[in-house]
Design a protein around this ligand. Structure first.
Ligand code: PRP
Ligand code: URA
Length: 207
Protein backbone atom coordinates (compact mmCIF):
# COMPACT_ATOMS: atom_id res chain seq x y z
CA UNK A 1 0.00 0.00 0.00
CA UNK A 2 1.19 3.48 -0.88
CA UNK A 3 0.19 6.67 0.96
CA UNK A 4 1.22 10.01 -0.52
CA UNK A 5 0.88 12.85 1.98
CA UNK A 6 -0.45 15.70 -0.14
CA UNK A 7 -0.94 18.18 2.72
CA UNK A 8 0.05 21.71 1.59
CA UNK A 9 2.55 22.14 4.44
CA UNK A 10 4.35 18.97 3.37
CA UNK A 11 4.34 19.92 -0.31
CA UNK A 12 5.62 23.44 0.40
CA UNK A 13 8.45 22.20 2.61
CA UNK A 14 9.38 19.49 0.11
CA UNK A 15 9.64 22.09 -2.67
CA UNK A 16 12.01 24.11 -0.49
CA UNK A 17 14.09 20.95 -0.01
CA UNK A 18 14.25 20.45 -3.77
CA UNK A 19 15.60 23.98 -4.32
CA UNK A 20 19.32 23.79 -5.09
CA UNK A 21 19.80 27.09 -3.26
CA UNK A 22 18.56 25.70 0.07
CA UNK A 23 21.56 25.38 2.40
CA UNK A 24 22.52 22.62 4.80
CA UNK A 25 20.97 24.08 7.95
CA UNK A 26 17.62 24.82 6.33
CA UNK A 27 17.59 21.50 4.46
CA UNK A 28 18.13 19.57 7.70
CA UNK A 29 15.41 21.53 9.48
CA UNK A 30 12.99 20.97 6.61
CA UNK A 31 13.75 17.25 6.54
CA UNK A 32 12.95 17.07 10.26
CA UNK A 33 9.71 19.03 9.84
CA UNK A 34 8.52 16.95 6.88
CA UNK A 35 9.37 13.79 8.82
CA UNK A 36 7.15 14.80 11.73
CA UNK A 37 4.31 15.60 9.35
CA UNK A 38 4.75 12.23 7.63
CA UNK A 39 4.70 10.55 11.04
CA UNK A 40 1.37 12.22 11.77
CA UNK A 41 -0.03 10.31 8.78
CA UNK A 42 1.96 7.08 9.23
CA UNK A 43 0.81 6.82 12.85
CA UNK A 44 -2.83 7.54 12.09
CA UNK A 45 -3.83 3.96 12.98
CA UNK A 46 -2.05 3.71 16.34
CA UNK A 47 -4.35 2.12 18.88
CA UNK A 48 -5.95 4.26 21.59
CA UNK A 49 -7.41 3.08 24.84
CA UNK A 50 -9.69 4.89 27.25
CA UNK A 51 -7.73 6.03 30.26
CA UNK A 52 -9.20 7.32 33.51
CA UNK A 53 -7.80 10.62 34.68
CA UNK A 54 -8.75 13.74 36.55
CA UNK A 55 -8.95 17.10 34.74
CA UNK A 56 -8.94 20.23 36.89
CA UNK A 57 -12.76 20.02 36.73
CA UNK A 58 -13.77 16.38 36.84
CA UNK A 59 -12.73 12.77 36.45
CA UNK A 60 -13.33 10.94 33.17
CA UNK A 61 -12.06 8.50 30.58
CA UNK A 62 -9.95 9.94 27.79
CA UNK A 63 -8.12 8.35 24.82
CA UNK A 64 -4.42 7.71 25.22
CA UNK A 65 -2.01 5.59 23.17
CA UNK A 66 -2.33 1.94 24.13
CA UNK A 67 0.65 0.10 25.53
CA UNK A 68 1.54 -1.27 22.09
CA UNK A 69 5.23 -0.59 21.66
CA UNK A 70 6.86 1.31 18.82
CA UNK A 71 10.28 1.24 17.20
CA UNK A 72 11.81 3.82 14.89
CA UNK A 73 14.55 2.42 12.70
CA UNK A 74 16.82 4.68 10.64
CA UNK A 75 18.64 3.62 7.51
CA UNK A 76 21.99 5.36 7.97
CA UNK A 77 22.90 7.86 7.40
CA UNK A 78 20.15 10.03 5.95
CA UNK A 79 17.32 8.30 7.86
CA UNK A 80 18.85 9.53 11.11
CA UNK A 81 17.48 13.05 10.72
CA UNK A 82 14.01 11.52 10.38
CA UNK A 83 14.12 9.33 13.52
CA UNK A 84 15.71 12.17 15.51
CA UNK A 85 12.68 14.33 14.66
CA UNK A 86 9.97 11.70 15.02
CA UNK A 87 11.15 10.48 18.41
CA UNK A 88 10.07 13.87 19.78
CA UNK A 89 6.47 12.85 19.00
CA UNK A 90 6.77 9.35 20.48
CA UNK A 91 9.47 9.59 23.15
CA UNK A 92 8.81 6.08 24.47
CA UNK A 93 9.75 4.51 21.12
CA UNK A 94 13.00 2.60 20.90
CA UNK A 95 15.36 3.52 18.07
CA UNK A 96 17.30 1.11 15.87
CA UNK A 97 19.91 1.72 13.19
CA UNK A 98 20.68 -0.11 9.97
CA UNK A 99 23.84 1.02 8.19
CA UNK A 100 23.65 0.71 4.41
CA UNK A 101 25.22 2.62 1.60
CA UNK A 102 24.58 2.29 -2.07
CA UNK A 103 27.58 1.26 -4.14
CA UNK A 104 27.87 4.07 -6.73
CA UNK A 105 28.76 1.66 -9.55
CA UNK A 106 26.41 -1.27 -9.00
CA UNK A 107 23.73 0.73 -7.08
CA UNK A 108 23.50 -2.33 -4.80
CA UNK A 109 23.17 -1.74 -1.02
CA UNK A 110 26.23 -2.55 1.10
CA UNK A 111 25.50 -3.33 4.77
CA UNK A 112 27.91 -2.08 7.46
CA UNK A 113 25.94 -1.81 10.71
CA UNK A 114 22.88 -3.27 12.39
CA UNK A 115 21.62 -2.52 15.90
CA UNK A 116 17.95 -3.13 16.62
CA UNK A 117 15.86 -3.21 19.81
CA UNK A 118 16.01 -6.78 21.20
CA UNK A 119 12.20 -6.98 21.34
CA UNK A 120 11.67 -5.70 17.78
CA UNK A 121 9.26 -8.59 17.10
CA UNK A 122 6.78 -7.08 19.59
CA UNK A 123 6.99 -3.56 18.21
CA UNK A 124 5.36 -1.66 15.40
CA UNK A 125 8.29 -0.56 13.30
CA UNK A 126 8.59 2.72 11.39
CA UNK A 127 11.58 2.48 9.05
CA UNK A 128 12.95 5.82 7.83
CA UNK A 129 14.97 6.79 4.77
CA UNK A 130 14.37 10.08 2.95
CA UNK A 131 15.00 8.58 -0.50
CA UNK A 132 13.37 5.50 -2.03
CA UNK A 133 15.24 5.32 -5.34
CA UNK A 134 15.96 1.85 -6.77
CA UNK A 135 14.46 0.44 -3.58
CA UNK A 136 17.52 -1.73 -2.97
CA UNK A 137 18.44 -0.16 0.37
CA UNK A 138 14.90 -0.15 1.78
CA UNK A 139 14.22 -3.71 0.60
CA UNK A 140 17.43 -4.97 2.23
CA UNK A 141 16.65 -3.08 5.44
CA UNK A 142 13.13 -4.54 5.58
CA UNK A 143 14.57 -8.02 5.01
CA UNK A 144 16.93 -7.59 7.97
CA UNK A 145 14.06 -6.28 10.14
CA UNK A 146 12.02 -9.35 9.23
CA UNK A 147 15.01 -11.63 9.91
CA UNK A 148 15.11 -10.09 13.41
CA UNK A 149 11.43 -10.97 13.88
CA UNK A 150 9.65 -7.72 12.97
CA UNK A 151 6.29 -8.28 11.32
CA UNK A 152 4.60 -4.88 11.46
CA UNK A 153 6.63 -2.46 9.35
CA UNK A 154 5.89 0.88 7.67
CA UNK A 155 8.43 2.55 5.42
CA UNK A 156 8.61 6.34 5.64
CA UNK A 157 10.38 8.21 2.84
CA UNK A 158 10.34 11.87 1.89
CA UNK A 159 10.65 11.23 -1.84
CA UNK A 160 10.07 8.06 -3.85
CA UNK A 161 10.64 6.89 -7.41
CA UNK A 162 8.16 4.59 -9.16
CA UNK A 163 10.98 2.03 -9.57
CA UNK A 164 11.59 1.88 -5.80
CA UNK A 165 7.91 1.62 -4.99
CA UNK A 166 7.61 -1.31 -7.41
CA UNK A 167 10.53 -3.10 -5.74
CA UNK A 168 9.02 -2.77 -2.25
CA UNK A 169 5.59 -3.84 -3.49
CA UNK A 170 7.22 -6.90 -5.13
CA UNK A 171 9.58 -7.86 -2.26
CA UNK A 172 7.48 -6.80 0.73
CA UNK A 173 3.80 -6.43 -0.20
CA UNK A 174 2.90 -6.30 3.51
CA UNK A 175 4.82 -3.04 4.04
CA UNK A 176 2.99 0.26 3.66
CA UNK A 177 4.99 3.10 2.13
CA UNK A 178 4.31 6.62 3.37
CA UNK A 179 5.92 9.35 1.29
CA UNK A 180 5.51 13.03 0.46
CA UNK A 181 5.78 12.62 -3.31
CA UNK A 182 6.40 10.20 -6.14
CA UNK A 183 8.70 11.68 -8.78
CA UNK A 184 8.97 10.85 -12.49
CA UNK A 185 11.85 8.38 -12.69
CA UNK A 186 15.46 7.50 -11.93
CA UNK A 187 18.30 8.84 -14.08
CA UNK A 188 21.19 6.71 -15.37
CA UNK A 189 23.03 7.12 -12.03
CA UNK A 190 20.06 5.97 -9.98
CA UNK A 191 19.13 9.47 -8.81
CA UNK A 192 15.49 10.47 -8.46
CA UNK A 193 14.44 13.04 -11.09
CA UNK A 194 13.56 15.85 -10.60
CA UNK A 195 14.37 14.87 -7.01
CA UNK A 196 16.34 16.83 -4.46
CA UNK A 197 19.85 15.48 -5.01
CA UNK A 198 21.82 13.36 -2.56
CA UNK A 199 19.89 13.52 0.70
CA UNK A 200 22.79 12.46 2.92
CA UNK A 201 25.14 15.02 1.39
CA UNK A 202 22.56 17.80 1.70
CA UNK A 203 21.73 16.93 5.32
CA UNK A 204 25.34 16.64 6.46
CA UNK A 205 27.06 19.10 4.10
CA UNK A 206 29.39 16.50 2.63
CA UNK A 207 30.64 16.42 -0.97
C1 PRP B 1 20.84 7.06 -0.19
C2 PRP B 1 19.52 7.21 0.52
C3 PRP B 1 19.02 5.79 0.59
C4 PRP B 1 19.56 5.21 -0.69
C5 PRP B 1 18.41 5.11 -1.66
O1 PRP B 1 21.80 6.62 0.69
O2 PRP B 1 19.61 7.82 1.77
O3 PRP B 1 19.52 5.08 1.69
O4 PRP B 1 20.56 6.10 -1.18
O5 PRP B 1 18.81 4.50 -2.82
P1 PRP B 1 18.22 3.11 -3.30
O6 PRP B 1 16.74 3.16 -3.11
O7 PRP B 1 18.61 3.07 -4.73
O8 PRP B 1 18.88 2.01 -2.51
P2 PRP B 1 23.36 6.56 0.31
O9 PRP B 1 23.70 5.26 -0.29
O10 PRP B 1 23.72 7.76 -0.49
O11 PRP B 1 24.06 6.57 1.72
P3 PRP B 1 24.12 7.73 2.83
O12 PRP B 1 22.74 7.89 3.42
O13 PRP B 1 25.09 7.18 3.81
O14 PRP B 1 24.58 8.99 2.16
N1 URA C 1 19.86 8.65 -2.91
C1 URA C 1 19.75 9.99 -2.78
O1 URA C 1 20.19 10.56 -1.79
N2 URA C 1 19.16 10.67 -3.76
C2 URA C 1 18.66 10.08 -4.86
O2 URA C 1 18.11 10.76 -5.74
C3 URA C 1 18.80 8.68 -4.98
C4 URA C 1 19.39 7.99 -3.98
Amino acid sequence: MLTVVTHPLVQHKLSLMRDVHTGVKEFRELAAEVSMLLAYEAMRDLELEPTRLQTPLQEGEFPMLSGKKLALVAILRAGLVMTDAIVNLVPAAKVGHIGLYRDPQTLQPVAYYNKLPADIAERRVFLTDPMLATGGSASAAIASLKAAGAHSIKLMSILAAPEGIAVIERDHPDVEIVTAAVDERLNDHGYIVPGLGDAGDRIYGTK
